[in-house]
Design a protein around this ligand. Structure first.
Ligand SMILES: [Zn+2]
Length: 412
């Protein structure tokens, strides 16, 4: 089977020397650099005088000169900190190379299909097809995402004193104690009525929530904190970095800019790495796992059920693949931090892994198997010591793939 796969693979059957590919990637990096700097001179030098370019305007392909293209370059774009450049494909043969590049900004995605020909001393871009597709506005984006993520699920008891009170795609956990409850994440403000009904359905009350904890300061995880705080007087505890973002109501997020705002809320206390939060015999430890946000907080606790204890880890979120991971002027360490956070969580033992989004720990699958397990006396499917490792493998792979595709890190 392996042999057939190898023979069928085009990379194996058309063996190319590695050098031309490295040379083409070099040209691509110069092209990226010219684009990032908005430098007409650099762009012209890469394109060369003989370049022919066609650009899609509406349904028509219109030819433009290299001069015209260069004349549009006008310095560093104001949204440069959110422009993600990727090599989508790169194919080299003896006579030419074809490369598909993308430059994604908050407003649109531009795709450049380049043809490169070898010439003495290197490769030159000889043809370019450029296509720009507008992206949905943040408001449209939120509507689409929320419709899917906030689909209701039956609230349920997970194990010990941990309950699921969130929705299909966006989590909220209620940890109950005789001295009041801890709510980890609120979901977006639109989810608040459902969150409250979910808590009531399990026989608890939102009014008894004493502590609000957060995975990270994005509207879909803390959007209702301001309102819940007003209604319950609960104390909000957050990492310093994400606490600051909450005070700004999501403005100035390194990845989303000002696109996803929520009502600002001020934490009552900051929590540092390794610090504990306690209530009514319950103790939660903050593990700072920056990357997705600068103060992304994973929480861990130990719960008891049926005479056994279980380590429960609530993963903040390690998704950074869509973000600008290289040459990021506002968060240069985004990739390094994420790598460290992944390594940090590798050292963590979790009998039960839960997370800010249900699709990271198979919420719906496990919930339906749990209902069955409770009828038959089988093991609780949330007790799954391999889940954290599998999840970390997945995010590590996504990070590596995204880093390999994105423009290379340049010397400052
Ligand atoms: Zn997020």
């Amino acid at each position: 089977m392996v042999l057939v796969g190898a023979l069928a693979s085009p990379e194996i059957s058309i063996a190319e020397p590695a050098a031309p590919e490295a040379e083409v990637r070099e040209v691509v990096e110069r092209w990226f650099r010219a684009d990032a700097l908005g430098s007409a001179e650099e762009l012209k030098s890469i394109l060369g005088a003989a370049t022919s370019i066609v650009e899609k305007r509406g349904s028509k392909w219109v030819p433009v000169t290299a001069e015209t293209l260069a004349s549009r370059a006008s310095g560093v774009a104001p949204d440069e900190f959110r422009r993600v450049r990727r090599v989508e494909s790169l194919r080299v043969s003896h006579s030419e190379a074809s490369v598909v590049l993308s430059v994604e900004s908050p407003r649109d995605k531009r795709r450049d299909r380049l043809t490169l020909k070898p010439e003495t001393g290197g490769w030159r871009i000889v043809a370019d097809r450029r296509e720009t597709t507008p992206k949905p506005s943040p408001a449209e984006d939120v509507r689409t995402l929320l419709a899917e993520w906030t689909k209701p699920v039956q609230p349920f008891h997970i194990l010990g004193n941990v309950h699921y009170v969130g929705a299909n795609g966006v989590s909220a956990f209620l940890l109950t104690t005789p001295s009041g409850h801890v709510l980890l994440d609120s979901g977006p403000v639109e989810m608040l009525p459902r969150l409250e009904r979910n808590i009531e359905a399990l026989g608890f009350h939102l009014a008894d929530v004493k502590l609000l904890l957060n995975s990270h300061a994005h509207y879909d995880h803390c959007g209702a904190f301001a309102e819940i705080k007003r209604r319950t007087g609960a104390s909000l505890i957050a990492s310093e970095a994400d606490g600051t973002e909450m005070e700004h109501g999501g403005l100035g997020d390194f990845a989303y800019g000002d696109d996803y705002r929520y009502e600002p809320v001020t934490p009552d206390r900051h929590v540092g790495d390794g610090e504990r939060v306690e209530l009514g015999g319950l103790s939660l430890t903050a593990i700072l796992t920056p990357g997705h946000t600068r103060g992304c907080t994973t929480w861990s606790t130990r719960v008891e059920e049926g005479g056994r204890t279980y380590d429960v880890v609530f993963v903040c979120g390690l998704t950074v693949a869509p973000f600008k991971l290289t040459n990021n002027p506002v968060y240069p360490a985004v990739a390094a931090d994420t790598r460290r956070s992944i390594a940090r969580l590798r050292a963590q033992h979790a009998d039960v892994m839960l997370a800010a989004h249900g699709f990271w720990f198979d919420l719906t699958g496990k919930a339906s198997r749990l209902a069955q397990a409770r009828r038959t006396g089988a093991t609780n499917p949330f007790v799954d010591p391999g889940q954290l490792g599998r999840h970390l493998d997945e995010v590590e792979r996504d990070l590596a793939e995204s880093l390999a595709a994105q423009e290379h890190e340049r010397a400052p």
